[in-house]
Design a binder for this molecule. Structure first.
Ligand SMILES: C[S@@+](CC[C@H](N)C(=O)[O-])C[C@H]1O[C@@H](n2cnc3c(N)ncnc32)[C@H](O)[C@@H]1O
Length: 314
């Protein structure tokens, strides 16, 4: 059974009004309490409704972030530590791409852990769930990759730095951080990027360099199909939603990077394309015209987030 169906089953028997009420309370908490360190999900039903609202978007954002990262990373990855595992969306996305041997899921909230265990039951033999408060408890193990998705933004600034120190220690090589693609989410990812570079890390993606970031708001978008239940709870018409996310993948050892990355959806004009590219030394807008031949052909296929290794200068 797929995860969306599992979440729908969890919510069977509740009236739509009740589900909307809970969804509104969750949205209120995320809007007003994020970044305070307060718990945003406080009962079992809220954890299930949270999964119905956020599982697909979190899964897609993590999947895309890791896909972009693996383009430039070719070492073996067998073990994962996921911090703030919640619904298990991050774990499932990473496992989908890598087929991990062993996964450790750390989560503070019993209600979220209950949902996460159910949604990851197909790979239960390799996932070990542990209750842990990442701001207070130590991580006593290490793994090839440590992921923290949609968690840092919930913590207060002092705790965020403590957590970055802990994940640096726990990672044998890779760290994947994903968060909301809002200006605040981006600033949290940027803070983590700079902090981990200072500790000796190299950016694997999305940046083509380890220097100062020149962007005011680097984020990407992934389109997520809305389930029937999601549309009903959110009172939404569109069959999909566009999830904005920011991410950074850091390696302790590997230092291959793309030449440049497309940071905005390209504007396709008549016989030309406008591209915004983050390159090794600058953030720039370039216009590529049909006359540029091969360069133009490649440019037409690009989407925001894609790497672009064409080195010809226009
Ligand atoms: C927005 S959810 C992210 C979900 C998750 N990464 C996923 O894949 O679905 C944030 C999760 O982090 C957990 N969390 C928040 N603070 C935490 C802490 N101090 N220690 C461990 N987990 C924490 C929350 O309980 C929640 O499950």
């Amino acid at each position: 059974m797929d995860c969306i169906t599992k979440v729908e089953e969890m919510l069977e028997g509740y009236t739509l009004n009740r589900l909307r009420e809970v969804a509104n309370k969750i949205s209120y908490n995320y809007l007003n309490e994020s970044g305070t360190g307060n718990s945003l999900i406080n009962d079992e039903l809220s954890a299930k409704v949270y999964a119905s609202m956020r599982f697909p978007a979190t899964y897609n954002a993590c999947l895309s972030s890791l896909k972009y990262s693996l383009e430039y990373y070719n070492k073996d990855i067998n073990t994962l530590i996921d911090i703030g595992s919640g619904t298990g969306a991050t774990i499932l996305a990473i496992d989908n791409l890598i087929n991990l041997k062993e996964i450790t899921a750390f989560e503070i909230n019993d209600h979220m852990m209950g949902v996460g265990k159910t949604l990851t039951e197909d790979i239960a033999e390799k996932v070990n769930w542990h209750k842990l408060d990442i701001t207070k408890d130590e991580i006593s193990i290490s793994a090839d990759i440590v992921s923290v998705s949609y968690v840092l933004n919930e913590l207060n600034p002092n705790d965020r730095i403590k957590v970055l120190d802990k994940i640096w220690e726990a990672s044998k090589d890779l760290i994947l951080i994903v968060d909301t693609g809002t200006p605040t989410g981006f600033s949290v990812v940027l803070e983590a990027r700079n902090y981990l570079i200072n500790k000796g890390g190299n950016v694997v993606a999305p940046c083509p360099h380890n220097d100062r970031c020149k962007s005011l708001w680097c984020h990407f978008v992934t389109r997520v199909n809305r389930s029937k239940l999601h549309k009903l709870i959110k009172e939404a018409e569109a069959p999909y939603e566009d999830e904005k996310y920011s991410f950074v993948c850091i390696s302790k050892s590997f230092n291959d990077q793309c030449y440049s990355r497309v940071t905005r959806h390209p504007i396709i004009g008549k016989g030309h394309i406008e591209l915004e590219l983050c390159s090794k030394d600058k953030l720039e807008k370039i216009v590529v015209s049909k006359k540029d031949g091969e360069f133009y052909k490649k440019g037409r296929k690009l989407r925001a987030g894609d790497s672009f290794d064409e080195r010809k200068s226009i």
